[in-house]
Design a protein around this ligand. Structure first.
Ligand SMILES: C[S@@+](CC[C@H](N)C(=O)[O-])C[C@H]1O[C@@H](n2cnc3c(N)ncnc32)[C@H](O)[C@@H]1O
Length: 246
């Protein structure tokens, strides 16, 4: 096993370190994702599936450089987005890009560990999490806490890589990951560790069926999964769920 693989394995075991690794690639993150065709469009499609009214208070968890936050804000002409991430570098990049929206008060960013959020019960009308839940060390514990902070009837959306339970999806992801994502993103960002971690963390994340079961077991209601009509169809999904009214 080469040293990059070894370090990626260490990150898998100690996911708390993941945001610090993102600090190292923060400046190049947007360039790397801009090569991923349809990245922003797919994020927007997941936000659209939440059917927001437009005036909600929404938490965008693991917001990174704000690509997901701006997709949420597009559907909230009278609402507010609170982007939370534990990487200082990623948030600095977000703050520079969205200066106007921050000044207007429709967008805020907070440096915090999503596993440790202690907002009061029933704080948020909606929660969005793109490429985030996979990075949480304990999915069930995190989901329980997110449900607590969501208002009754509130919607939660996960936009996440989760491999369909068949050999094709796994093979497709391995070819994409080891053949394209790690080498190209590594050249752009100067570090392959986080991308090697990405490939491995997706391989160990629950399949869509298993993740739906986890959401149901946590007590979410009306859980649904949607595919992305793009080249990410076998690997990327939108999961929508609601906190029961009572
Ligand atoms: C792949 S990026 C996704 C960024 C953004 N949501 C997007 O769609 O472009 C994942 C982000 O999760 C953040 N992250 C990972 N673990 C975290 C944690 N425990 N608390 C807060 N942020 C975390 C990382 O710092 C990183 O910015």
């Amino acid at each position: 096993m080469d040293s990059t693989n070894l370090k990626a394995d260490e990150l898998l075991k100690s996911k708390k370190e993941v945001p610090f690794e993102f600090n190292r690639v923060a400046v190049k993150y947007d360039s790397a994702t801009s090569l991923s065709q349809g990245y922003q469009k797919d994020l927007q499609r997941s936000v659209d599936r939440m059917n927001l009214k437009g005036d909600e208070y929404l938490a965008d968890l693991c917001c990174g450089t704000g690509k997901s936050s701006i997709a949420c804000l597009n559907n909230l002409p009278n609402g507010t987005v609170l982007g939370i991430d534990n990487s200082k570098g990623m948030l600095e990049s977000a703050a520079q890009k969205f200066y106007d929206q921050i000044k207007l008060g429709s967008l805020k960013f907070e440096l915090n560990d999503v596993m440790e959020l202690d907002y009061p019960d029933n704080t948020f009308d909606a929660i969005f999490m793109a490429y985030g839940i996979r990075n949480m060390p304990d999915h069930e514990k995190c989901l329980k806490n997110l449900k607590r902070m969501l208002k009754p009837g509130g919607v939660i959306c996960f936009h996440e890589y989760s491999l369909n339970n068949n050999l094709f999806a796994k093979l497709y992801w391995k070819i994409l990951g080891y053949g394209v994502i790690i080498p190209i993103s590594g050249i752009i960002s100067g570090s392959t560790k986080i991308y090697s971690y990405l490939v491995k963390s997706v391989l160990s994340f629950p399949s869509p069926g298993k993740f739906i079961k986890i959401l149901n077991d946590t007590g979410f209601d009306k859980v649904k999964r949607y595919a992305q009509p793009s080249w990410r169809r076998p690997i990327l999904h939108t999961f929508i769920a609601y906190k029961p009214q009572k």
